[in-house]
Design a binder for this molecule. Structure first.
Ligand SMILES: C[S@@+](CC[C@H](N)C(=O)[O-])C[C@H]1O[C@@H](n2cnc3c(N)ncnc32)[C@H](O)[C@@H]1O
Length: 225
């Protein structure tokens, strides 16, 4: 159902559009992405700081993304995936299959930004037939490591995609609440290797860093073989 339908007036009131600029100069950005947010939904309809950091990384690494096949997991409002599409990647945005509201919003933000992306339901740890056709060169995930009970399902999906697409890489940003132990533990458990680990603030332009807080890390993960 559309969120501006007559049955959902409250939700309509809580919908806002945020603007996200990319480029060295905040006053004269190279481009902008508009995101529809809705504070009523938990998680999936809010642009989380991890997403702003991952999107900036995609922009700065745009040569690597141009022409690449990209899948974003737990994309929610999808800022990193939309930036990847903007710089020329072939992008599939995914989120929990049962969250039709989030999937519908993903289609709306693609239209709003005039970007063509695939949108599909992909629940971590669930093997619907659609997952077998995915062969991403780059897998993105912003703030998908926040609930420890979901880590195994998430990494089962990530490991499957990495195996299904040789040479591929998973790039994720997460709040580092437990030191490096979390990532080290998951790497060993799933036979993965950390290829790069960055402080999320180390590459952010000051106009973005000044409005974010927390200890956010960016990690690039590949198969350990
Ligand atoms: C904290 S939000 C992050 C959203 C977005 N990536 C961002 O950073 O703004 C976590 C996202 O993961 C999705 N998610 C949670 N559990 C999931 C699951 N089991 N399978 C697929 N997606 C899931 C949620 O719907 C939500 O969009």
């Amino acid at each position: 159902m559309e969120d501006d339908g007559p049955d959902e007036p409250v939700q309509h009131h809580m919908t806002t559009i945020s603007q996200h600029n990319f480029g060295v100069d905040s006053d004269e950005p190279d481009f902008s992405i508009s995101i529809i947010e809705n504070m009523k939904e938990d998680y999936g309809l809010f642009v989380w700081p991890c997403s702003i950091i991952l999107a900036e990384y995609v922009w700065q690494q745009r040569l690597r993304f141009s022409g690449a096949t990209v899948v974003e997991l737990g994309a929610g409002t999808s800022l990193p995936g939309l930036v990847a599409a903007k710089v020329g990647a072939d992008v599939t945005l995914t989120d929990d299959s049962s969250r039709v509201e989030v999937l519908g919003n993903m289609r709306r933000v693609c239209d709003l930004n005039k970007l063509k992306c695939n949108v599909m339901g992909l629940t971590w740890g669930v093997w619907d037939s659609s997952i077998f056709s995915l062969q991403p060169k780059i897998i993105l995930g912003a703030d998908v490591l926040y609930e420890s009970s979901a880590f195994d399902d998430l990494f089962a999906t990530v490991t499957f995609l990495l195996q299904n697409s040789p040479g591929s890489i998973f790039i994720t940003t997460y709040h580092n609440r437990s030191g490096h132990h979390l990532i080290e533990f998951l790497m060993v458990k799933w036979g993965l290797k950390c290829m790069k680990l960055l402080d999320g603030f180390s590459f952010l332009p000051s106009y973005k860093a000044s409005v974010l807080s927390g200890n956010i890390q960016l990690v690039e993960i590949g198969l350990n073989s």
